[in-house]
Design a protein around this ligand. Structure first.
Ligand code: NAD
Length: 254
């Protein structure tokens, strides 16, 4: 098993990438703290897991909650080896620069950017106590490409996650703490599908995808598993693309 003996904390564990990663990491031998602001959803994930999964309710935009989740992880499992800062939102009212309100900008940055910062703020000291670890921050392909459908706060927030990941990777490299950004392409999860709610909207997005389909959350979990495991022992500071070829495409095949 690829995560035997490791302890992982996963945020956004109630749905999508976080849920699939919790199930996969537990099946690969990790003990997992499944964190979500929606405690019932995290409990449902834990109930479906094979292996040891404990649940903690936290809003990642809260300093006290992030401190609490890392404390709970060390109390329950004795250590922290893998921190998957994955929780994020895409606000329905996020739009172009003219239309997006300051409130939408702030809530997006509070969760998507400050949430990653706080996960690191409390996760890194725990990893020092454990002798090292792997941090995975969920960014997005939109951190690399502009999004044709305006969502300025989201796009900027994921750019910030990527930039933060690079600095963290360099600053903590000698402490045996690796830090990588997972950059998913468009996925078949509630976060995106709430907007792509007609065949035409789906088709408009799919023309950019060489593979001609959306990614699945379990495919992101496989990428995160690699970054979490010792297989990635010389991998740090990367923008780890799992995007079906999206960022490589100029035009997609007919
Ligand atoms: P999802 O909506 O399926 O799941 C997100 C989970 O995060 C939910 O369980 C939600 O309750 C939780 N959450 C939201 N706000 C939170 C908070 N403040 N504190 C704690 N938990 C919170 O989304 P997903 O598609 O699995 O997305 C996971 C990550 O992947 C996000 O960071 C997202 O931006 C990123 N991403 C998604 C896509 C996509 O197409 N779905 C593409 C690129 C990147």
């Amino acid at each position: 098993m690829r995560l035997d003996g490791k302890v992982a904390l996963i945020t956004g564990a109630g749905s999508g990438i976080g849920r699939e990663s919790t199930l996969l990491f537990a099946a690969e031998g990790a003990r997992v703290l499944a964190v979500d602001v929606n405690e019932d959803a995290a409990r449902a994930t834990a109930a479906d897991a094979e292996g040891e999964v404990s649940v903690f309710r936290a809003d990642v935009s809260s300093d006290a909650d992030c401190r609490g989740m890392v404390e709970a992880c060390e109390e329950r499992f004795g250590r922290l080896d893998v921190m998957f800062n994955n929780a994020g939102i895409s606000h329905p009212a996020d739009d172009d620069a003219v239309t997006t309100t300051e409130e939408i900008w702030d809530v997006t940055f509070d969760i998507n950017v400050k949430g990653v910062f706080l996960g690191c703020k409390y996760g890194i000291p725990a990893m020092r106590r454990a002798g090292g670890g792997s941090i995975i921050n969920t960014a997005s392909f939109v951190a690399i490409l502009g999004a044709a459908t305006p969502q300025l706060a989201y796009t900027a927030s994921k750019g910030a996650v990527l930039a933060m990941t690079r600095e963290l990777a360099v600053v903590h490299a000698l402490e045996n703490i690796r830090v990588n950004a997972l950059c998913p392409g468009p996925l078949n999860t509630p976060l995106l599908m709430q907007y792509l709610d007609t065949p035409e909207k789906k088709r408009r997005r799919l023309v950019h995808l060489p593979m001609g389909r959306f990614g699945e959350a379990h495919e992101m979990a496989k990428g995160a598993l690699f970054l979490a495991s010792d297989d990635a022992s010389f991998v740090t500071g990367t923008e780890f693309m799992v995007d079906g070829g999206l960022t490589a495409a100029y035009v997609t095949p007919e």
